[in-house]
Design a protein around this ligand. Structure first.
Ligand SMILES: C[S@@+](CC[C@H](N)C(=O)[O-])C[C@H]1O[C@@H](n2cnc3c(N)ncnc32)[C@H](O)[C@@H]1O
Length: 635
């Protein structure tokens, strides 16, 4: 293993060109893409002509260039804001999402199973980051994206502007805002990953076009309809002339990363049923086929019919009898059902049942019930959830997202990402779904520290930013789940990482190398500046360590062990000993420890070698580590 630590986020253009080169080396000559040879090899019919089908908007070229932009930004761990920082694998990031998506490109490329986002719908009154001045200097941009704001949160007026329908580039601005974010988000998806995006009539048509461009038309899976609360404006509209009906539903568009994705079937069963892991139900169907009126446990109906084929019903009777004879004294039906891991069905006698339930009944597992289609109007898109998000106006319905989580086929070890996190509904859905089905998924939620409206209920209750609202909601949900499980030896809960790591988008800890160096003098000045590579020395070397992890493409959840030598020199061992980082100081005791662990790579800072003999020491360390087969990286 060789790691490249480059201070920048992933160079998306080079990465894509490399992928193309791997697939089609014949398209390249002397390292450059050769359009003429592409045309020759593929023939004219495969090449789009001047007139072709494409979504165009003012600023599209700039939006594409935005994708190429790299950042040197990092994420700063905030241990105090976190819960169980060292053991939890959930991540909450406070920061502007385009910058954060860039910082995650190296470490999370191809690692996310499911993305759900609920971006601003472009209603004409919502605000978002204006992509209207791509030519602005980086300095300005950084100020605008909040990285420079020492106060910790952003000045909403500077950053967010209202995009009103009167604006001549009303759709273009929105498209330019969403395009680079979706593009970078796609990079993060696994091959069998999937993305769901909430949207309404304002941009549904454009979003569909745009997503087909970014994800490929062939990866469009579905457009779901979700119910909206009626606002009862019709009477007023009627009086004024009915220009349009009240909008009764909105959409969730779904695209996969590739054809490797398949849905997990989802059923119209309520969350209570899921929480109870199934329930008994009459084994009856409203149809009336005589061939389906057979004998089960001594009952043969005279009219109507049983629900399943006789073969399946008999098997379900046998399953239940096997459970009764072997396990009923030690396990509940739920435990048995979970333990077998199979979707077992059961039928038992029900002599006391009333009406149709008299006779027999069957065990409905969480996966039984009516298979969902794309009509989800039985569920509201948003929901007042007094306990957790009641104060936040735009909160989505947890139940909808839980269905998506199950439908995505996500399970233990999978990452669910939401980069327009708002009040944190997706995070809550992940935590609750894990509790319900015993899987251990992790979330990454990104939310900008947008100031809460001064007139809003949330602001009046003491939350300054929406990021505060989100992180506090996470704390509440986690506390509630922990409290409910306190007295129980809950065998599923023990697997879960109840907690979250809190990070904040921040400037790099390292000095930025000036890219345009005009003269030898300037170059020498740069070398002088870089004798001390750190812009500021953080009080905790874990900050540096986090940045190096991100920039060397290692996940934030990589297993980290902090050790110290006998004379208190700290070092970090990651991935069970594959890499060691020493970022505080160096001495011989440390060198011995490194040799004993024998990682593949040892990373340290050049300026930790001090004094006149620094260069000589570096050479010695390098040689000694090389002898032990350890790669030596200096930053
Ligand atoms: C419609 S809300 C999402 C609501 C969320 N689904 C919930 O249930 O609470 C969109 C959120 O995205 C945030 N947002 C908008 N632009 C952003 C950006 N560039 N970076 C990070 N967050 C952003 C806004 O602050 C807002 O809270």
């Amino acid at each position: 293993m060789s790691i490249e630590i480059d201070g920048n986020s992933l160079d998306v253009k080079t990465e894509k060109l490399n992928q193309l080169k791997e697939l089609f080396p014949e398209f390249f000559s002397e390292g450059k893409l050769n359009i003429a040879s592409i045309k020759q090899i593929l023939g004219d019919e495969e090449i789009a002509g001047q007139d072709h089908y494409e979504l165009g908007w003012a600023g599209k070229a700039e939006a594409r260039r935005e994708v190429q932009r790299q950042t040197t930004a990092t994420l700063l761990p905030d241990r105090e804001g976190s819960i169980n920082f060292d053991t939890s694998e959930n991540i909450f990031i406070e920061g502007e999402n385009l910058e954060v998506l860039r910082t995650l490109q190296k470490s999370y490329f191809g690692k996310v199973k499911m993305i759900y986002i609920d971006p601003p719908y472009n209603t004409g009154s919502d605000r978002f980051i204006y992509p209207d001045d791509y030519a602005e200097r980086l300095e300005e941009y950084e100020k605008r994206t909040g990285q420079k704001n020492g106060g910790g949160y952003l000045n909403k007026l500077d950053l967010f502007k209202k995009n009103s329908k009167e604006n001549g580039r009303y759709h273009s601005f929105w498209l330019s805002m969403i395009y680079p974010r979706l593009y970078l988000a796609r990079n993060l998806l696994k091959e069998d990953g999937v993305i769901f995006v909430s949207i309404d009539d304002n941009e549904a048509h454009n979003l569909r076009h745009l997503m087909s461009e970014v994800f490929g038309e062939e990866n469009f899976r579905n457009s779901f309809a979700i119910r909206r609360y009626d606002k009862n404006l019709n009477r007023q509209f009627i009086e004024q002339g009915l220009k349009s009906f009240n909008v009764g539903f909105e959409y969730i568009l779904c695209y996969s990363k590739s054809d490797k994705f398949s849905f997990n079937p989802i059923y119209r069963s309520s969350s209570e049923n899921r929480q109870n892991f199934g329930y008994w139900k009459g084994f009856w169907n409203d149809a009336d086929r005589p061939t389906m009126r057979y004998d089960i446990l001594g009952y043969t109906p005279n009219d109507g019919q049983w629900k399943w084929s006789k073969e399946k019903a008999l098997e379900a009777v046998e399953n239940y009898e096997a459970y009764l004879s072997k396990h009923s004294k030690t396990k509940t039906l739920e435990e048995y059902w979970l333990e077998t891991g199979k979707k077992l069905s059961f039928i038992r006698r029900n002599p006391n049942g009333q009406g149709k339930n008299k006779g027999v009944e069957n065990w409905i597992s969480p996966s039984d019930g009516t298979l969902r289609n794309t009509n989800w109007t039985d569920l509201f898109a948003s929901k007042d959830d007094k306990e957790f998000s009641g104060l936040f106006d735009f909160a989505k319905n947890v139940e909808v997202i839980k269905n998506l989580i199950v439908g995505s086929g996500s399970g233990t070890g999978d990452i669910v990402l939401d980069f327009f996190a708002g009040s944190g509904t997706t995070a809550q859905a992940v935590l609750e779904m894990n509790k319900e089905d015993g899987e251990n998924r992790n979330f990454i939620c990104i939310q900008m520290p947008e100031e809460c409206d001064l007139e809003s209920e949330v602001y009046k209750s003491g939350y300054k930013t929406i990021a505060d609202v989100c992180s506090n909601r996470l704390r509440k949900v986690i506390n509630k789940i922990s409290d409910t499980n306190k007295d129980k030896m809950d065998f599923m809960q023990s697997k879960q990482s109840l907690g979250f790591k809190y990070y904040k988008l921040a400037y790099s800890n390292f000095k930025k190398w000036k890219s345009e160096i005009g003269s030898k003098e300037e170059l020498l000045k740069q070398f002088e500046i870089f004798k001390e590579p750190l812009a500021t020395r953080p009080t905790d070397s874990y900050d540096l360590f986090t940045e190096l992890l991100l920039k060397s493409g290692v996940e934030l959840n990589a297993k980290v062990e902090r050790r110290e030598t006998d004379d208190n020199v700290p070092f970090y061992i990651i991935k069970g000993g594959q890499m060691i980082y020493a970022l505080d100081s160096l001495n011989n005791a440390l060198l011995k420890e490194v040799e004993a662990v024998k990682p593949k790579v040892f990373v340290t800072l050049g300026n930790l070698f001090t004094g006149e003999k620094a260069d000589e020491q570096i050479t010695n360390w390098k040689l000694q580590l090389k002898e032990s087969g350890i790669e030596f990286k200096i930053i």
